[in-house]
Design a protein around this ligand. Structure first.
Ligand code: ACO
Length: 322
């Protein structure tokens, strides 16, 4: 049987740091409130002339280098993003051109903060069916562009960034299982209610912003991300103590703590980056994974459970042997 393996990871954060102190000068908030409610101390903001594809390119080059590959070996590009450079072509096609990867399929998937899990699931299936041998999977976002910077309930929570992995085939896992879910009944609880086909005028007027029912999203995120850990463990006949690291979506440290409490998982086994990154949506999981790999907390052979939850609602996970 053929499996896909992660053979390289990469991450990139824009240079500009926005601290909670800076936000205090912009909206009626405080470092104490943001820290207590979300665990976030700072986030990165893309420069005006820096776009999602720019972040994706930098993260991708690091992942390609870490895997010891060259761009011409890549035969699939999947980019998870809700903040594409342009309506079309896809950010994956823009990235393909940057990397000089001519010919193989390149496309975006859109599942908001769970997007990277959806992208990994798709790429895993390409590898397992021998439709690809070297897949570049990216989560990249410039969420700062869709924030209402006068809305203190949302603007303090998000940041920009990109993370990437290379997937290659192997005789042993690798990715042991992937799990995806969506429930569109909750479409209004977390959304940008402006688009191309609907409310286009608002988009043209610069009124496309994230709106969120924070309390409801919080409750759903904790329940869904706890339940999918159990689903993933059951699918692999594993127990929680066999998992070396949990890499959850980095929305909020209180969500991560609540998941840990529900599952009985020590925080020492959870990779947490939200304090310095904020919520980077589809980029949050690959960025956290890359950080754990590069600082050697995540070691070859470790069992790592990655999971995400986002607007839609959408949620997903993967059990990975590194
Ligand atoms: N600074 C200061 N005060 C604020 C701020 C702010 N930035 N934002 C809201 N408040 C005020 C509110 O107006 C309210 O004031 P009131 O009591 O006078 O009405 C008070 O703080 C409490 O507001 P709540 O919304 O009840 O605060 P809560 O404890 O629920 O925390 C938060 C809000 C942080 C948004 C929380 O609900 C949450 O984390 N939700 C999850 C949302 C999330 O992470 N979304 C990311 C996208 S989804 C995902 O990625 C999983």
């Amino acid at each position: 049987m053929l499996f896909s393996r992660i053979t390289g990871t990469g991450g990139y954060l824009p240079e500009r740091v926005m601290t909670n102190a800076e936000l205090e000068t912009m909206v009626d908030t405080s470092d104490a409130w943001i820290t207590a409610r979300s665990g976030i101390k700072e986030r990165r903001i893309a420069a005006e002339d820096e776009y999602t594809c720019d972040l994706a390119e930098k993260a991708s080059l690091k992942a390609i280098q870490a895997a010891g590959k060259t761009c011409d070996e890549i035969d699939l590009i999947v980019v998870a993003t809700s903040t594409p450079d342009v309506v079309f072509p896809s950010t994956a096609c823009l990235l393909q051109e940057r990397l000089g990867v001519i010919g193989p399929p390149a496309f975006d998937v859109q599942a908001v903060c769970a997007g990277f899990l959806f992208a990994v699931d798709v790429a895993d299936k390409f590898i397992r069916t021998q439709s690809a041998k070297c897949a570049l999977v990216v989560g990249a976002e410039t969420f700062s562009r869709i924030l209402d910077w006068s809305d203190r309930q949302t603007c303090v929570l998000f940041g920009d960034g990109a993370g990437a992995v290379i997937l290659e085939p192997g005789d042993e896992p690798g990715i042991l299982s992937t799990h995806l879910h969506s429930d569109g009944r909750f479409k209004d609880l977390l959304c940008v209610p402006t688009g191309v086909s609907r409310n286009y005028q608002k988009l043209q007027d610069g009124g496309a912003y994230v709106t969120m029912e924070g309390g409801e999203v919080f409750r759903w995120a904790v329940t869904a991300m706890s339940d999918i850990v159990k689903e993933t463990l059951n699918a692999n006949s594993m127990t929680l103590d066999q998992v070396d690291w949990l890499v959850p979506h980095q929305a909020n440290s209180r969500i991560i703590s609540a998941i840990g409490k529900r599952l009985g998982l020590s925080e020492s086994k959870v990779i947490i980056t939200v304090e310095k990154h904020g919520n980077t949506s589809a980029a949050s999981v690959p960025l956290a994974l890359d950080e754990g790999v590069r600082d050697s907390r995540i070691k070859p052979g470790n069992f790592v459970l990655i999971e995400g939850f986002g607007g839609g609602f959408t949620w997903g996970s993967a059990m990975i042997k590194m």
